[in-house]
Design a protein around this ligand. Structure first.
Ligand SMILES: [Zn+2]
Length: 234
């Protein structure tokens, strides 16, 4: 019972501050905050520690994120699973790690929440079609998309750090309107939609919610993902 109370208190604290954390589904939730944070347990929900533990790549997580706003004006979350995290990307033996919002090139991209800009590709040169083809061939041969290839596919990017280990990424941009170190408010215009990194995909905003070294959706079932997204975008 003490563990339940501790967890409930931590959750209330977390929600009150609009903070985030990740709870591995593989361990009983009561253990997450009742123990002294052994290496593989969840992070304490209300502590100042970043939630790296328990959210490593491939780990099944139930993230608590938000509240966020949709990063394009007048848009809503796409319903098509191919546009959501965990969709396969067969051309590169990969898994989609974000949400794709179809949009015209030049559409304003908005900060999903307040935070500090930690990456803004003000200087950017895209890779060539031949370089992409070679990288995708390599990915097919090794059976997954190497991280350096993923970073090139993402093209011109902005990352915003919201604290507590949560970073949002805005990808394939045509332009950026912020610089590293800028503090932005929710809804601030940070750049414009483009198709950099993967022009074959056409203009759209690829939007990622990173949690520690993982991403929202990693390892979740479609139903769990739908709930996590509803929670993130109330
Ligand atoms: Zn995408």
């Amino acid at each position: 019972m003490q563990a339940r109370i501790a967890l409930a208190g931590a959750l209330a604290f977390t929600l009150a501050l609009g903070l985030v954390a990740a709870v591995p589904l593989s361990s009983p939730r009561g253990d997450a905050t009742a123990t002294a944070t052994p290496p593989h347990s969840a992070p304490a929900l209300a502590s100042a520690g970043p939630p790296e533990a328990g959210v490593g790549r491939g780990t099944r997580v139930r993230p608590r994120v938000g509240p966020l706003r949709i990063p394009l004006a007048g848009e809503s979350l796409p319903a098509d699973a191919v546009l959501l995290p965990e969709a396969t990307r067969d051309y590169r033996s990969g898994i989609h790690e974000g949400v794709d919002f179809p949009a015209r090139a030049g559409t304003a991209v908005l900060a999903a929440a307040a935070g500090r800009v930690v990456r803004a590709d003000t200087e950017f040169s895209d890779w060539t079609a031949n370089e992409r083809a070679a990288a995708f061939q390599e990915a097919l041969e090794v059976g997954h998309t190497p991280e350096r290839t993923l970073d090139r596919i993402r093209g011109r990017q902005i990352w915003i750090d919201h604290g507590k280990g949560v970073v949002t990424r805005y990808v394939h941009l045509e332009s950026v309107a912020v610089a590293v170190g800028d503090h932005v408010g929710t809804g601030a215009v940070i750049g414009t939609v483009g198709s950099s990194g993967y022009p074959e995909g056409g203009p759209h905003l690829h939007f990622e919610i990173r949690i520690g070294d993982s991403y929202l959706g990693n390892g979740l079932t479609p139903a769990e993902l739908a709930r996590a997204l509803r929670d993130a975008f109330p």
